[in-house]
Design a protein. Sequence first.
Length: 135
Amino acid sequence: FFYSEFKNSFLKIKEKLMDPNQRQTLQINTFYYMMIVLSILSVTHIAMTMTIIFGDLAGKELVVAGTIVAITLIGSFGLIRLTKNFKLLLLEMDDKLAKTNFGKETKDIPVDRLGLVFAALFLINAVIQLTNIYG
């Protein structure tokens, strides 16, 4: 008895989709947040690279390395979370829009995997920078 009640209530919840207007607004905002995080990460990594190349790091290696590690970890995990949220919002698309060519193609975008790829690229860049500082 309890299992069937739980299963029926779960199925009712599962079938309920987000309001399309609310989903669209959240999706647009999440996309802009992703672009902001990517921009900030890019600018900070470029600034750190310029500091490593042109700056005198004698005695200040730990400060620069700490900044690189902190920015990279916070930014990479934030980017992964934002792309996961974006993918979840894409999956909330209603049937009417999902059946169009736009909807089919949009739902097929591997946004969450792209977030992992971008995060990995920033992590690789950070490792290269740290190797250059201590190498």
